[in-house]
Design a protein around this ligand. Structure first.
Ligand code: ATP
Length: 270
């Protein structure tokens, strides 16, 4: 981490190449996140106002967080991370203070990306509560909206929010100037699974008999996180068999594959 004007900032090290599949999605994020930061002069020249927010939705473990980090890396932007669930669980007022403080630090460290995980916890549809009292979620949401509306003047700050429950999100967030872009991050198809397996075996010593295409075919409904786990486990199986092993072989992958069941079901895919 480096220190910019008293704010400790981190630029993530993950790159687009560390993410298997999702070619079109990466391109859209490049245009929405990387371009306005890298080519801000061109945007100003043409009078285009950059986006302020992007909402990523899709099942858990399918790289929403990793995409946000890769976007920050590509744009060489400072990365700030917030969790809706964490904000929600804080003492009265503390969540709002943390939200405001994060936006303040992001402005100081700009260009910045604020990643807002589990956004639905805070940005759930309003209503339901009695007239005069406001719920924790409503107060956090209104703080978030105020901060996002205030980004107009601030340059080079973008909020990337993530959720598994897009239908629960308050429509107030989808208005222009807030989350202008909504992107679905799907579970990996066969080709993407192959690429994910390649990413996660890149630094492993694997035998010639390991057929990653076969494994990709046999792992329907596996998420990126589960495929990453499969590779790691295969390595551990090889070591368990022989602590001086120099290669991870096909049978190690097979053993693990047979013992794993994907958490996703077909109905959960949009
Ligand atoms: P959650 O909704 O649970 O926060 P997420 O969608 O944000 O999940 P990530 O945290 O980005 O998912 O992914 C979890 C792990 O799975 C990461 O460590 C990443 O390495 C791996 N992974 C997921 N998708 C991919 C992918 N397409 N390519 C490479 N690795 C992936």
């Amino acid at each position: 981490p480096s220190i910019t004007r008293g704010v400790t900032v981190d630029i993530p090290k993950v790159s687009w190449d560390d993410i298997g599949g999702l070619k079109d999605l990466k391109k859209k994020l490049q245009q929405a996140v990387e371009w306005p930061i890298k080519h801000s002069a061109a945007f100003a020249r043409l009078g285009i106002s950059p986006m302020r927010g992007v909402l990523l939705h899709g099942p858990p473990g399918c790289s929403k967080t990793t995409l946000a980090k890769a976007a920050a890396h590509a744009a060489q932007a400072s990365f700030f991370s917030l969790s809706g669930a964490e904000l929600y669980s804080m003492y009265v007022g503390e969540g709002e203070a943390l939200l405001r403080n994060t936006f303040r630090r992001a402005r100081l460290a700009a260009p910045s990306i604020i990643f807002f995980d589990e956004a639905d916890v805070v940005a759930a549809k309003r209503g339901g509560s009695s007239r005069n009292s406001t719920t924790v979620g409503e107060r956090l949401l209104s703080t978030l909206l105020t901060e996002m509306d205030g980004l107009e003047q601030a340059k080079g700050i973008l909020v990337l929010a993530a959720t598994n429950r897009p239908h629960a999100i308050d429509p107030a967030l989808m208005r222009p100037g807030r989350f202008d872009l909504v992107l679905y991050v799907p579970p990996p198809d066969m080709e993407a699974r192959y690429e994910i397996l390649r990413v996660h075996t890149r630094n492993m010593k694997i035998g010639d008999d390991v057929d990653l295409r076969r494994i990709a075919e046999d792992t329907e409904l596996f998420t990126g996180a589960e495929l990453e786990g499969l590779c790691r486990e295969a390595g551990i199986v090889a070591l368990r068999e022989n602590i001086s092993a120099t290669l991870v072989s096909n049978r190690h992958f097979e053993t693990v594959k047979l013992s794993l069941k994907p958490a996703l079901t077909r109905d959960e895919i949009e």
